[in-house]
Write a protein that binds this ligand. Structure first.
Ligand SMILES: *Cc1c(COP(=O)(O)O)cnc(C)c1O
Length: 482
């Protein structure tokens, strides 16, 4: 976003785009919302979109596309092999990241499957700043071990540390000493980190990691799915990047890595994914798996329209006015909530606003899923759908006991260029109201609990009639307002 100061001094994140296509939204009254969340088993994944006003579940595949992206989709060159669309995509990636080889894949986790199969042998170790769900699953599936080496400060909920995604270099050295460099498959960095609040990594940290990798002849792999927000934070929080263009910062980051992969559902605001590779030898090994799992080498499971949208989206990612929108809206929301005393993860990161349920509803024991209860309550009072990132997202131990999560978070994702500031203000207002009435919120218990990925399909019920009480208080305070 452009540097525009308001005369009144209010920190307004001014949009540098205009809206030309809109989708009508529906805000059902709170009585209907109670029915809807009950039908959904108090699981926001199971809500139907027609009952949702602000869909803040995720930023994956739901960012707004530009007019240029839509226009490019119309001229996509449809062919199984050798399409001009693919050549445009490949050339754009080589231009931006400066790596000689590219392989397409249908989304981020598909890249992880191929990297896992080629690079992770039984007993191999992958040190990383922090895991992502699908990343960890693919490494473990191939018999590998994940070591999370984010600096301790990265896990503190409230902080003013600018790069909470940074890896602790001493921990990395210790990890290599402990296992021996031979057992390390590669070092993985996620920029920015998804599960710890969209917190970014610094270029300086990546440079140090590169040095350690060189000392031990290790590969450095970057998960660049959330790179778009990370670049904005490098530019605005890291002194050495202040005078560099986004394109230059991108190149500085990519030049430190051997492989860079991404989900284009996020990076480039399209669909699909891909891997940029420096070594011909590694490229040759990975290439053989693309036709097996994805599709022919010049589409990799993507439609040509997705690829055209990705090519244009990646170019647009090099524009600070485009990529700053998400982080600045998130910053606005986090700061307004923090000012009102609502416990949120600070400093503001990318991806979305993360509410600390452990503190918000500190009267609900972890065995009654505070983050799940808060996500349910928030939908009830606002029609906004967030995502539980707490104990429900964990899996039970083999003996049936609960694994309590380190953090109980409700993530309110901020799809880029989708919402207006008045809509964001509405959610802020309802969160603050809910905080004032937090003592009314009660816990949840499972009524249907699948063994795997229970957070996707599981159903829960309130442990008391707390939802009716919350509804009654809402009516008392807001009258006949939706
Ligand atoms: C979303 C995401 C992935 C997986 O990408 P998909 O396209 O959803 O398969 C991998 N890593 C990170 C950091 C992500 O945010």
């Amino acid at each position: 976003m452009a540097n525009v100061k308001f005369f009144g001094g209010e920190p307004v994140p001014l949009e540098m785009h205009k809206v030309r296509i809109v989708q009508k939204l529906n805000l059902p009254p709170i009585e209907r919302r109670l029915e809807a969340i009950t039908e959904a088993g108090n699981n926001t994944f199971l809500l139907r979109n027609e009952d949702v006003f602000m869909d803040m579940l995720t930023d994956s595949g739901v960012n707004a596309m530009s007019d240029q992206q839509l226009a490019a989709m119309m001229i996509a060159d449809d062919s199984y092999a050798g399409s001009a669309t693919y050549t445009r995509l490949e050339n754009k990636l080589k231009e931006i990241f400066g790596m000689p080889y590219f392989l397409p894949a249908h989304q981020g986790r598909a890249c992880e499957n191929i990297l896992g199969q080629v690079l992770v042998a039984e007993g191999a170790v992958v040190p990383m700043n922090y895991h992502f769900t699908t990343t960890k699953a693919h490494i473990v599936l191939n018999g590998g071990i994940v070591e999370e080496l984010v600096a301790d400060a990265g896990l503190e909920v409230t902080s003013d540390m600018p790069f909470k995604g940074d890896m602790d270099i001493d921990k990395l050295r210790q990890c290599i000493d402990e296992y021996g460099a031979d057992r390390i498959a590669f070092v993985r960095m996620e920029a920015g980190t998804n599960l710890i609040g969209g917190q970014p990594i610094s270029v300086a940290n990546l440079e140090e990691i590169r040095k350690v990798c060189d000392e031990h002849d290790l590969m450095l792999v970057l998960d660049a799915s959330l790179l778009q927000d990370n670049l904005h934070f490098n530019k605005t929080r890291e002194a050495t990047c202040k005078d560099l263009s986004i394109r230059e910062i991108t190149r500085r980051i990519a030049d430190l890595c051997d492989v860079l992969y991404f989900s284009a559902r996020k990076l480039g605001s399209a669909r699909g994914g891909g891997m940029c590779i420096r070594s011909k030898e590694l490229y040759d090994k990975m290439r053989g798996l693309i036709p097996l799992y994805e599709g022919f080498l010049t589409y990799g499971g993507m439609s040509v329209r997705e690829m055209e949208a990705m090519t244009v989206g990646l170019e647009e990612t090099m524009d600070e006015d485009v990529i700053s929108q998400g982080p600045l809206f998130i910053e606005y929301m986090v700061n307004e909530l923090a000012k009102a005393g609502v416990p949120v993860i600070t400093p503001p990161g990318g991806l979305g606003c993360h509410i600390n349920a452990m503190q918000f509803v500190d009267h609900i024991p972890q065995s009654q899923y505070p983050a799940g209860a808060l996500a349910s309550a928030l939908y009830l009072v606002s029609g906004a759908r967030g995502m539980e990132r707490g104990t429900i997202s964990e899996q039970r131990e083999p003996d049936g006991s609960e694994t309590f999560a380190n953090m109980e978070l409700v993530r309110l994702a901020m799809p880029r260029r989708v919402f207006t500031l008045s809509q964001v203000k509405y959610v802020i207002d309802r969160v603050i109201w809910l905080y004032a009435n937090r003592h009314l919120i009660g816990g949840l218990e499972f009524t249907e609990e699948p063994e795997i990925l229970r957070f996707f399909y599981g159903r829960l019920a309130p442990v008391s009639d707390w939802q009716q009480k919350l509804l009654a208080q809402f009516r008392k305070d807001f009258g006949d307002s939706l």
